[in-house]
Design a protein. Sequence first.
Lengths: 623, 355
Amino acid sequence: MGSVSVAAEGSRGLLRRPTANTGFWSWFTTVDHKKIGIMYGVSSFVFLLVGGSEALLIRAQLAKPNGTVLSAAQYNELFTMHGLTMVFLVVMPMSAAFFNYLLPLMIGARDVAFPRLNAFSFWLFLFGGLFLYSSFLLGGAPNGGWFGYPPNSVTDPSVGMTFYALGLLITGIASTVGAVNLGVTIINMRAPGMTMFRMPVFVWMGLVVQLLLVFSLPIITVALFELLFDRRFGTHFFDPVVGGDPILWQHLFWLFGHPEVYILILPAFGIISEIIPVFSRKPLFGYQFVVFSGIAIGFIGFGVWAHHMFAVGLGPVANTAFGISTSIIAIPTGVKIFNWMATMHGGDIRFKTPMLFSIGTVTMFIIGGLSGVMHSVVPADYQQTDTYFIVAHFHYVLFGGAIFGLFAGAYFWWPKVFGRLLSEPLGKVHFWIMLIGFNLAFAPMHLLGLQGMIRRAYTYPETLGLGFWNFVSTIGAFTIAISMLVFIANVIKTQRRPQGVEADPWDARTLEWITSSPPAVHNFDEIPIVHSLDEFWHRKYAEDKSGKLVPVQAGGADHGGEVSHEGGGHGIHLPGPSYWPILVSFGFPLIGYGVIFDWWMAFVGTAIILFGFYGWALEPSAE
Amino acid sequence: MRKKLRLVLGLVALALLVACAPNATQDSLKPQGPYADKIHELFIPVVWIAAIVFVIVEGGIVLILLKYRHRKGQERMPAQTHGNTRLEIGWTILPSLVLAVLAVFTVQGIWDLASDPPANAMNVTVTGQQFWWKFEYTDADMQTAAGEPLTTANDLVIPTGRTVYLSVESHSNGSGFEVIHSFWVPELAGKQDAVPGRTNHILLEADHPGTYTGQCAELCGLSHANMRFQVIALAPADYDAWVDGQLGDAVTPGPGTQAEAGMNLFLNPLPNGNGSCVACHSIQGTSAAGVGGPDLTHFASRDCFAGCLFDTSDPEAIAEWLRDPAAVKPGAVMPNYHLSDGEIEQIVAYLQSLE
């Protein structure tokens, strides 16, 4: 551990510890949670554009019956990569961006618990994503769906599903490491007075998500290794002819895959639970209920996986059990929605862009939630499963819910991260175009599915009578693309302006707004002492006996501005940058290529990893 | 106001949507038999409940947003309510009750659809293969002269008013890969996956004569989208006549016809040395006894072939298929035998003679 101001003079070791905190190369060695958060955000946004472009190609192909834009082979690659990209390379890492940047600030910490591990998580995610995408150039992208059901995913002769297994294993390591790191940070690094029930809801949802990751990723890891071994080493885990079982994969995949849905949506729930109170100028209604419902969703989320498998033939007992457990999960989800409504009720609601996106999240998620309840009506699901009704449902959850929520967060915390407010008019244009495009694209899919349009079909005949709504849906998809261009224009315009936003532009409630925007590298000059939920708000306002707000006079609060002086006067200790995380991460995709193509690459990769971990362990302190 | 306007516009759009919904022909919203009806009768009330919840909750949000929006020039500090336990317990319990009621009907529906078939039900084994469907009528009175079960491909012919108990399986029979498929005829029943190594069951029945299209609903490879089939329901008398026709051997073409030349090509190793049709296809009453591909005994009596991509009555379509199967149906397992145009013409004539 070294002081930021002290150069690493006299350090010994194979590689000297890098010291630069600014400049282009500092991004490759940084262990600052804020810089890593920004890198997560930028990378996942680029992947969003890539995955969105894939969606546009898919929609172009389906705009008319008997489309000729894509071949069957290209279509299968593109819908598979679209799903993999949006789940593993967009929503998960974009949530990680917010968690990385904000969790330490919100709990009053200087960084995460294991800063170098944090950098390692990021680089491993990025290299895992690039590894997956390199498959397009190296023999064919994954083409068996993000769900990768064997035997199809095993028997397919192209190399794509081997990339799938290895790519997801690599990003899985990244997520596991990140989850441990952030979980430990939340539990151990809170500022004095920041008890668990003074943590912002976003931090709570962060904790739930990290626990979900830690417990669900090992399951998919097992499944992916089995798939890899079946494909590469001739094992028969999923081959019924010699005693394997293809249904084994489905259980393992969805036992991961359903908690994964909550991994994707709970961060957005956390984000809007912070934003709605700020723009309603009221505390979150029923904080404990919202927290406990989030925890309940996380727990129950492990008990509903077979609702993806109602048509598999598990039998009426299993279908009954999982139908009921699925409907139960609607209860805590409904609680959250009612609590957000009650938060806005009686408020002084300001329709700033972050608030618009938050309201969009709530209203669109309700639609996805209601269609979700329909799936718990098992016989109805016999008709709906594997149709566009499901596609509509989970896009209302993961786009209408998660992506809208993440954009709400982007507009809300942009001034905190970059010191500039995104343009409000452009933000509102972005919101309305995206909302309209989203509904044009996905609402018709409900009807298409009920009218017999199956998923994962590269074409459909004219006789099915599905052309009209498919065309509408395609128009909607391109409308969403326009809204993305508006967002990019907004970012470019905003970033050209000089910095200079006040520390607290929204009159916000939580600790990250106490410090400057953007925060200094050490986050807080002095660690704040926390006395209540919404600590920052209570330093600005007091409530009189009738619950009315009264602004606190500057310096007049009984505990306003109080800070911790532990370690005071000895300088602020921050971890120094390091080469090792990026180097170690680089070894993993090499192992992947080795497994697919030639073993020598795997040996090189292993050597890099071993060498890197030794270097990492023995890295000298910069002090 | 904008939000309200949006709601009104949305409702108008919804009305339009229902009004000008095009004539979908594979529509789960138009059930045509008792088993599809059961699902539909469960689904429609659920849609109504969902619609009511939607209007209440979304409407509530819109009202809150309108009533409590910040108005210019008005500085108001709202009362700081932190929660209300009684209220929150209330909106935990209320949805639970609604869901509990739904669950009762759900469980009833599950067990109803999983019940044993009625005594007069007929048995058919459905086998999903890459990328077509085989139907074997396994009842004792449905055996051909050779003692084989009546077998068709892509066309499942059933009598109206009688339950069909389907055994759903997936096999490769040596051609293509053994993968998961899913059997789905939206107008007659829900889905049932065809899983390698398992035999699943589903019931279906048609009320009226007609053709009900269906298709594979689980990704099974390149031509997943082209793995279609149809259920043809006939009035009982028509059905009996159909069975009689199907149980007979294939017709032998007259001497000296194109069709006879086609038969000779079909039954013998191909002159160009690329293999033979009988390696995979069987035709009852001839020496053709291959099992990998569809049984072609009464090919011309069917409506469609190759996963219902093409009409059997269209000689051009059959010719295109024979010229290069994978060119017209991606991933088709049947190889390109590099037949000459003349040979193709002869085989087309033979296939079209197989009434």
